[in-house]
Design a protein around this ligand. Sequence first.
Ligand SMILES: [Zn+2]
Length: 647
Amino acid sequence: MQLNYNKLDERFIDELNKKISKVEDTIEELLKIKNKTYDNFFDVMEHLLDDIEKYSFPLQIEISTNITDLGKKTYEEYIPIMNEFSSKLSQNEEVAKSIIKIYETEDLNDVRKRILEKQILSFKSSGIGLDQESKEKIKSINLELAKLGNDFSQNVTDATNEYELIIEDEKVLSEFSELDKKSAEIEDGKWKFTLHGPSLTTFLKYCNDRTLREQLYKASATKAPQNEELIEKILSLRDEKAKILGYENYRELSIASKTASNALEVIDFLTELGKEALPKATEEIEELKAFAKEKLGYEDLEIYDYSYLSRKLKEIKYNFDPSEVKPYFEKNKVVSGMFQFLDNIFNLKAKQINDAKLWNDKALVFELERNGVLLGNLIMDLETNENKRGGAWADSWITSYTKDGVRVPATGIIVCNFPPSKDGVPSLLDHSDVVTLFHEMGHALHLITSKTKDISASGFNGTEWDVVEYPSQWLQEFANNKEIIKTFGIHYETGEVISDELIEKMLDSLNYGQGYGNNRQVEFGLFDLMIYDDTYSKEQVQEKLDEVRNMVSVIKTPSYNKFQCSFSHIFAGGYGAGYYSYKWAEVLSADSYTEMTKNNKIDKELANNFFDNLLSLGGSVNMKESFVNVHKRQPDPKALLKLTGIL
Ligand SMILES: [Zn+2]
């Protein structure tokens, strides 16, 4: 299968504008059809939109994977054009009416019914069906919210960029690795630390000076205090919007498009999860307190001590240094080991293609086929370079669909920031990198193996936000499976297979702190739901946060902490009343994984049942219902607690 990647060029925006006006003209023409059907109206429209997405793929690459100046410049022009286009379409009464009529009159199969129900719900959220005044109101609230969200994250970014801590006393860095020290060094004898994620976490983990740890922690926890005002406005506008749209409050509006039934169900779920993990979390903190007292003479444990102390305790308790496993995880071996595993269990074969021309010569391309049928292409751009955004992600280039009985294969990409191979030393991964690779592969499988005929429910399309991480977190669990690790854990110089003892040490140390970590996530998730049942002032928002902390937190948070002011996920990103999704999906993935690997043996039959009746159904069904279909029972939150060693 040929891949045709064309770099972005200067004409991109002109072409985009032409394409958009052509789409708008075509939609006008489609609206004239007398007997509109799913096929002659909705499906045609969806493919037009998909074409624009495919056309924009090089731009997506050039703002994330292979960042270019042209990409950045083009993106600034692209965003308002696309916002205008999609907001016009989502408020188009004629289009909405036509789709509602198709839904009400045509004899549709379940998948198409589901697709249209989601579409109608999304029209409803844009104000379709309301009187003109309310529609205008929704439009202006959306604009205002977009601006507030933007200001919120800009304030966080500015505050993050403004602060720096300069260290001149090398002694306080004595526990740092040479590499970490080097990347913080600004001149001879001076090191700079900032509030950016990697710098902050490294400092809190390795700096042996308690006062300095508090200094940096405090700077981070008091960032962007002006955002408190914005939170108040955001909450009030979200509430107003939800009520105009006929919802009780914003959290019900948010959850209406997810697999959870309502906010109370999620609050119960999180509360229970927090309660169940509380004894373990408390036990972990007690152990840490005793350790801190014995080794360092600390009378009490503060939140800014947690990373430092837990790292030290782990090193002593498990005698495990994460860099020990690195020589065993050579990137190419891990990739082929992962494919070997997928082949053994699912008969899924990956064949490397060598002649594809892409944005990066180091990117690997594979054709995936199962039981002899080609499913699609997978592009892996795994090594870090200076033109790449940080983190890891999976994305779609081509989403599959079936037309006239012929399936168009999918193409997906996985992007990571693994250490680069250099001077004869291959790319060697941390165990957490291996987990990341499996995680992204889970997303890629969800996309590429999709057998859904309709493009609107194929791959990621139509998948509810709170279960998107189900396939990825499910596959990532296999990266913690001893037998699987042994298949690719081969020393890059000696060829020796990683020992059982080293794997066990590594996995035991991974489980340390899970109770505490679980309850931190529960705290964020609960807070993100409890601020919507009324309109709260900034003081009341703080009270809500304190209330949640009293329920699930095991370390006292200092009163100066204004964490909410940098919680961009929920106030500036798409996670408003949806932060729970991480834990929600994790319960499903942990439960599926556990049952599939009972008695230390992979149950191939169940695994393939999962593959055929859940993973490869894309967004055509509610994955929480698919869970019940595959496992013949409801998911059990205890599976997650057991898998992470909490219970
Ligand atoms: Zn993910």
